[in-house]
Design a protein around this ligand. Structure first.
Ligand code: NAD
Length: 419
């Protein structure tokens, strides 16, 4: 078996952590039981470009039990958990091409290796597989039934490809499922981003002024959790509706340039470029911390920061690079400006990834069931899958809810009855 990981000796620890995560993934466990019986992915080659974490290992194992032949590479150079990669190779016989801290060249070599598997299904987190196939590996398209996409940034790119008539196979936008973005993006990113910042810096959040760029699913969760830890939150937005929502949720809202002079910690999660730019950095206080939780490391203008600084950065802690400005002020960049929750912490807790990855597994099975009938466009996850995942999750949490009575069903579907 061909693979490229850091150290096979880490496998045992990785397995323990994969099993620990599994306890918090009841929906995926239920799907695994169904997959073991029905084998809906029998004979299917799946290439996954995902964060190599304990939760992804549980997804890959579920696909394998469903009959798939799975190969994985990383969807971010810093998000790989090397012990998990080792365990996947040693205990699950799943080839992995991923090493935490790999350089750009190795990152793309690993994507190429995952594509050499000649997938029927691609599973992306950021559209790197789909992008590479369309740009450089078009010979693979004939074999591909379809793809799935995990994150907002990937979905935006795929929609742009579809709009321009460039998309050559169907893709399901897993991110669009309510059981994905309402929980993973909000509660997952919210908690794990703060976890990443705290692990990277050991800083006290209480009493700090925290500037959150964006008020979308992720950034809303970050603002909520930072507030819960005692931070004073400022939100920046470009969308008037989101800005208004932030105001009514009780946050101060202002332009980034104004916030720049006040903030202690800056967190961007927008999917946009140069949201924290050089002009903002020039206005910042000594000791400001900059972190990103959006998909790509472009939200903070890192080349601009390097130019602004009087010397190369000093690594003052494992995930903190300190840049000194000519007037002596210091600005700290966390986790190389990459997803801080995955670079300095462990990514989302298993309990939310349970639903995200349940969507991945069921979307792959849906795609195969409907092979040949889907168009080359971006599909949402079918509503019955979404509803089913929420139902299983509630059941696993021991929570019952009411059912519509016959009278209520009739009432809600009628229009004649008024006051
Ligand atoms: N860290 C993680 O684990 C994780 C998890 C899920 C998604 N993501 C990524 O996080 C990013 C955001 O995802 P989302 O689901 O919250 O998207 P979203 O579309 O719900 O929210 C993005 C928000 O950013 C705002 N925005 C855009 N440009 C801005 C700017 N210049 N200044 C201020 N606000 C701006 C938009 O108006 C929008 O409200 C994406 O890149 C996504 O892929 C990361």
């Amino acid at each position: 078996m061909d693979f490229d990981i850091k150290d096979s000796g880490l496998a045992t620890g990785g397995r323990h952590r994969i099993e620990w995560a599994e306890q918090e993934m009841p929906v995926l466990r239920t799907i695994r039981e169904d997959f073991a019986r029905e084998r809906p992915l029998a004979g299917t080659r799946v290439s996954g470009c995902l964060h190599i974490t304990t939760e992804t290992a549980n997804l890959a194992h579920t696909l394998q039990i469903g009959g798939a032949d799975v190969v994985l590479c990383a969807s971010n150079p810093l998000s790989t958990q090397d012990d998990v990669a080792a365990s996947l190779v040693s205990h699950y016989e799943i080839p992995v091409f991923a090493i935490k801290g790999e350089d750009n060249e190795t990152y793309y070599e690993h994507i190429r290796a995952a594509l050499d598997h000649r997938p029927h299904i691609t599973m992306d987190d950021g559209a790197d597989l789909v992008g590479t196939i369309h740009k450089r590996r078009q010979e693979l398209i004939g074999d591909i039934v379809g793809g799935t996409e995990e994150t907002t940034t990937g979905v935006i790119r795929l929609r742009a490809m579809a709009k321009q008539g460039q998309l050559k196979f169907p893709v399901i936008a897993v991110n669009d499922a309510l059981t994905k973005h309402m929980f993973d993006n909000r509660y997952g990113t919210g908690q794990s981003t703060l976890d990443g910042i705290i692990r990277a810096t050991n800083i006290l959040i209480a009493g700090k002024t925290i500037v959150v760029a964006g008020y979308g699913w992720c950034s809303r969760g970050i603002a909520m959790r930072a507030k819960g830890l005692g931070g004073n939150i400022i939100v920046t937005e470009i969308d008037p509706l989101k800005a208004l929502e932030a105001v009514m949720d009780g946050f101060r809202v202002m332009p980034m340039l104004q916030a720049a002079a006040i903030g202690d910690i800056f967190i961007s999660a927008t999917g946009d470029i140069n949201v924290i730019d050089v002009d903002h950095m020039k206005a910042m206080k000594d000791g400001a911390l900059l972190a990103n939780s959006g998909h790509f490391n472009v939200e903070i203008n890192i080349p601009g920061l390097a130019q602004l600084a009087s010397s190369p950065p000093r690594k003052v802690r494992e995930f903190v690079d300190q840049y000194e400005l000519p007037d002596g002020r210091k600005i700290n960049l966390l986790g190389d400006g990459r997803l801080i929750n995955l670079s300095a912490a462990e990514g989302h807790p298993a309990s939310v990834m349970d639903m995200s990855f349940a969507n991945q597994a069921l979307s792959a099975a849906f795609m195969l069931r409907n092979a040949g009938t889907l168009e080359n466009k971006v599909y949402s996850v079918p509503e019955d899958i979404d509803q089913n995942i929420a139902r299983i999750k509630l059941e696993a949490m021991g929570i019952n809810i009411d059912k519509l009575t016959q009278e209520q069903e009739t009432y809600l579907s009628s229009w004649e009855e008024g006051t």
